[in-house]
Write a protein that binds this ligand. Sequence first.
Ligand code: SF4
Ligand code: SF4
Length: 449
Amino acid sequence: MIKKYFDKKNRFGEMFNTVNGFYFRTGVLDANGKDTGVDPFMRDFPALIDIGVMGHCVHGASGLCAKSGVQCYQNGLKTCEPNMSLDNFKKIVDECKDKCFQFALGGRGDVDQHENFEEILRYCAENHIVPNFTTSGLGMTKEIAQTCKTYCGAVAVSMYSRLDNIVPDIARRKLTDGSKRIYRSVDDIPVLFTFNNENKECYWDAPNYIINGETYEWDELHHIVFSDEEQEYEYFRIFNEKNSIAKNDIPNYTINAVNMLIDAGVTTNIHYVIGNNTIDEAIARLKYNGFPTGINAVIFLLHKPVGLGKEDNVLDINDARVKEFFNLIDTGKFPFQIGFDSCTVPGIINCTKNIAGESIDSCEGGRFSMYITSDMKALPCSFDNQDMKWAVDISNGLIEDAWNSDSFNDFRSHFLNSCPNCPNRTSCYGGCPIRRQTVLCNRQTKELN
Ligand code: SF4
Ligand code: SF4
């Protein structure tokens, strides 16, 4: 089905294919209906709503998430609220059915564990709204995968970094001349690294190591000599073209969920958070084909220090690894598509050359999308779920009123007033209003308001 929408207030039109997800938006139209080529700033009602149907997370409460190294932005470890009721969910759908194209279902925990999971999906489909969601995969079954196939546009499985578990498989540490450091391998084998400042080389002394029953030689460690600006760092990777350590090191619950979804015929994506603690692994997996086979896309999500998300994992645009990561995306070829959350757009603008401008949209929070919590608070973006700085209670009100509220207008004012002198202003609008420190930009024109 092709859905069409014309926004009279902001003078632009849209088309959305509910089967394959193709979305098209015109520029602002002039008085004669001609496209001016100017992107509309906002819509008169959200095109996509992120709905936190989950109020609590069984995996968070059981400690499973924490064990997998997840820094849950919803603080699902400690927060326990009731899930959204089916009645409230239906009330949202009823207001949105002629205006909204898609829902991203989420909240604190896996949507596939909601007590009304199937009814939620079915009610969306009956009203021609495409539901999508992300899961940890921990509770995925063949039956759930089949339900997803019947109703969902796409399902994403979160892939958690294994970095902490495989040190020193990838290790980047500041070493000074002659310094020695001992890391432990996955099998707890001590490995001694020694750094020589003169030739920028690092030596290691260790026996072979075994991962998932396969033996690898330490000689397979790749050694990179850095250019001057980075010379104080040493960088090791044991990922190489010949083996697939990265692929083998995906947790079973992730790979099983991915395979169940793919087998059921669901468009299946991977969600991977990039932060200070995970970017090495992202680079290695991109370089050496370390993502699961058969997926539609890998969507990289920028780490934000919200909930359990730590400040020291925020990426820095000046970090050489950030440049390497974007360069790989910009120039590499992959057996899957690559996508990003709009939080990463400043980085894409600043670090890539070959990505079509038409495929980039800056933060859509409060402009084309919004979030609704399990207890019916409307927010411009889900990452305001802890501070609730821009929350509007809609338990007895309309989504439309929240959308037109002073609170949402205040959120938008950050986009309208930031970086007035930047040539890319209208592609970026100064990035995230919620966590300014995450904006991947070091231009002189950066002026976040
Ligand atoms: S408000 Fe911030 S966290 Fe939310 S989508 Fe925009 S950039 Fe991302
Ligand atoms: S200067 Fe501002 S608008 Fe321009 S790219 Fe940087 S953050 Fe975005």
